[in-house]
Design a protein around this ligand. Structure first.
Ligand code: UDP
Length: 463
């Protein structure tokens, strides 16, 4: 198409998980808004889910977003096994992914849309190699915090030692507060049970130095100290370019008209927004543990009873895989709503929401920061532990909810955030961070300027 041929074409590719798809799609919208043709890609394993839950259709010219266009195209990488066997799936991606990406790049060129830049994902370090082989510049989108990047970098280069659980020592990493073992991403603990994930996480830095840009889902004002400290670390890490927070900016026209394009893998229960409309301002507890965390049955029961005992309306995301764990006979009594998946951006932006009981995945963390909603931080593993520390101790916009989960603990934590002596201060802090987050992505904000500089450079190299 004529318009496609005129605009530089950027291909974004991510690991096929919700926490990777969302920031990729949101970056894609920002790039399209600024005039690029953008293709989002991932393993074919998510093609059907995205089609069913979000109406995403692959191929074609895509939809207009701002001055550019947004489209989807998936790798041709049929996978016979089960996604739940992460070891097999990651091996599949490593072997089937590179030729499939090379073929995708060829297909784009043949269709008159040569790719000017590949934006990869740290879980797919091979994407940078495929781009280099095709003579295409590569970027990486880091989808965790700069703090977590710095921690992994320090561990990978032997600059700090692996903590042993129960060890009282505090880790000193420049630009970060002193970290206890509980604050460090759990994959670095010698005893963590997710070896495959731990190896993948460690492998994220593998190819990063080969990328021309390392874009980061964060913003300069939020992580100023760690961003200032990183260039002084030896050997020198790649320069991190904050382009976030990559959140949906709720409000017509704010995402260049791309609001309608969603990347949910489970269909969002839109009706919960009407339910929120019927609730009093700042009354509702919103609870979710994201797309991967599986709570044991006992914890699900304690959460159910704790939310009910908190005496406030609540909106609770219980994914279909967790639904069978709800306690038998658990009755909401009109006070609560349980949904399999929510349009979380719209929920957090809703004036009825008083607090977010969150597992502290980095996307959820940034989304609650951007929305100015205080938190009950309930991390389970991985970088969630570091994000929780950050939300509670650094940004001071919530409280911790510690394991083992007990119903009284849920009730007390919700009370503390919504009505306790510190509640007003937490809300004020959350509001201030929300203003800073929005300023960063508005025209002329720090992240907006970084996105513009990236677009300019890609366009210049494409000429
Ligand atoms: N999310 C959503 N609806 C839900 C639960 C989660 O839209 O009911 C989105 C959420 O807004 C976030 C992503 O799913 O963008 C989850 O990513 P995160 O990094 O928070 O956690 P993960 O799922 O990777 O553990």
């Amino acid at each position: 198409m004529a318009e496609d041929a005129a605009a530089p074409h950027v291909l974004l590719i991510c690991y096929p998980g919700q926490g990777h798809i969302n920031p990729m799609l949101r970056l894609a919208k920002r790039l399209a808004t600024k005039g690029l043709l953008v293709t989002c890609s991932s393993s074919s394993i998510v093609r059907d889910k995205l089609a069913a839950a979000s109406g995403v259709s692959a191929g074609g010219a895509g939809v207009p977003v701002g001055r550019g266009r947004l489209r989807f195209d998936f790798l041709d990488d049929p996978f016979e096994g089960t996604e739940l066997d992460l070891h097999d799936f990651l091996h599949h991606l490593e072997t089937a992914g590179p030729p499939a990406l090379a073929a995708l790049l060829r297909r784009q060129a043949e269709a008159g849309r040569p790719v000017a830049c590949v934006v990869g994902n740290p879980f797919l370090p091979w994407a940078t190699d495929v781009a280099a082989d095709a003579g295409v510049p590569a970027a990486v989108l880091w989808v965790q915090s700069c703090a977590v990047f710095s921690i992994y970098y320090h561990f990978a280069h032997g600059l700090v030692k692996f903590p042993r659980e129960g060890d009282d020592a505090r880790l000193a990493i420049p630009g970060l507060p002193a970290l206890s073992t509980a604050d460090v991403p759990s994959f670095l603990h010698a005893s963590h049970p997710y070896k495959v994930l731990g190896d993948t996480v460690q492998g994220q830095l593998r190819n990063m130095a080969r990328a021309s840009w390392v874009l980061v889902n964060s913003f300069a004002e939020l992580e100023r100290d760690v961003l200032a400290a990183l260039p002084g670390v030896t050997p020198r890490p790649p320069r991190l370019i904050p382009v976030g927070p990559l959140v949906e900016l709720v409000g017509p026209g704010q995402d260049g008209g791309g609001e309608a394009v969603r990347g949910d893998l489970i269909k969002a229960a839109e009706e919960c927004v009407a339910w929120l409309d019927a609730q009093a301002p700042r009354s509702v507890v919103y609870a979710s543990v994201g797309s991967i965390v599986m709570l044991p049955a006992e914890a699900v029961a304690e959460m159910a009873h704790g939310l009910a005992a908190a005496g406030r309306p609540f909106l609770w995301v219980v994914r279909p895989d967790t639904r069978p764990l709800l306690p038998e006979g658990f009755i909401l009594g009109g006070r609560g709503m349980v949904v399999p998946w929510s349009p979380q951006d719209r929920v957090l932006a809703h004036p009825a929401v008083a607090c977010f009981l969150t597992h502290c995945g980095w996307n959820s963390t940034l989304e609650t920061v951007a929305a100015g909603v205080p938190v009950v931080a309930f991390p389970q593993w991985g970088d969630q532990c570091t994000d929780a520390k950050f939300l509670v101790d650094e940004l001071q916009m919530g409280v911790h909810l510690r394991a083992p989960l007990r119903r009284e603990g849920v009730r007390e934590a919700v009370d503390a955030v919504v009505a306790g002596p510190e509640a007003d201060a937490m809300r004020d802090n959350a509001r201030a961070w929300s203003a800073a987050a929005r300023a960063a992505v508005m025209p002329g904000g720090s992240s907006d300027l970084h996105v513009q500089a990236f677009v300019d450079e890609v366009s210049r190299r494409a000429r």
